[in-house]
Write a protein that binds this ligand. Structure first.
Ligand SMILES: O=P(O)(O)OC[C@H]1O[C@H](OP(=O)(O)OP(=O)(O)O)[C@H](O)[C@@H]1O
Ligand code: HPA
Ligand SMILES: [Mg+2]
Length: 169
């Protein structure tokens, strides 16, 4: 579950995130053609900027979804902004030719809600946990369900105790 029981840490630096988002773009290069991208805010904004640059996409839409409040706490999912009718009308009107991007899928709840809006879109996330894997088409790195991914935009430089301080070797 995506909650306080996620007790392993997977910290990601800006460099690592850029590399992983670019690796996702490589995997998506043959999955199109894509006419437009839908970015799931806010986490999807960062990989979206990298991927649309790599794939030459300039028609970018947002769907604004919030499901976590504070840290590791999942609450009721709220769709704060829907996908514009002009983007929903692309292709077969069900998402064909549309690339949906998010930073990660955890329980899969967010991706599932957006998939209901665009069932034939191609769903891509940089990271995925097992419960979310069936809901996305392409991702780069899978981590275990009990791992919390720490994104660079949520972190800052901080003092770390020397290993020897608590190490009883
Ligand atoms: O698969 P799920 O269990 O639904 O979790 C994944 C979603 O949770 C996070 O978004 P969040 O709702 O925290 O909002 P944010 O992107 O604005 O940080 C993350 O960016 C994904 O969108
Ligand atoms: O592992 C995670 N890290 C950051 N945000 C998240 N939102 C759901 N799961 C996660
Ligand atoms: Mg999000």
């Amino acid at each position: 579950m995506a909650d306080a029981s996620a007790n392993k840490a997977f910290p990601v630096s800006w460099d690592q995130f850029h590399r992983d988002a670019r690796a996702l773009a490589w995997r998506l290069a043959d999955a199109g053609p894509f006419e437009a991208m839908v970015c799931i805010t806010r986490g999807g904004l960062v990989p979206a900027a990298i991927i649309c640059r790599e794939l030459g996409l300039r028609l970018i839409e947002t769907v604004c979804v919030a499901s976590y409040h504070d840290y590791k706490n999942q609450s009721e999912l709220k769709v704060m902004k829907e996908i514009a009718p002009s983007i929903r009308a692309i292709g077969d009107g069900k998402g064909k030719g549309v690339l949906v991007v998010d930073d990660l899928t955890d329980t899969g709840k967010t991706a599932r809600v957006v998939r209901e809006m665009l069932p034939n879109a191609h769903f891509a996330t940089v990271y995925a946990k097992p419960a979310g894997v069936p809901v996305v088409d392409t991702f780069v790195t899978e981590v275990s369900q009990d791992t919390w991914i720490y994104f660079p935009w949520d972190m800052g430089l901080a003092y770390v105790e020397p290993i020897a301080k608590d190490h009883k070797g």
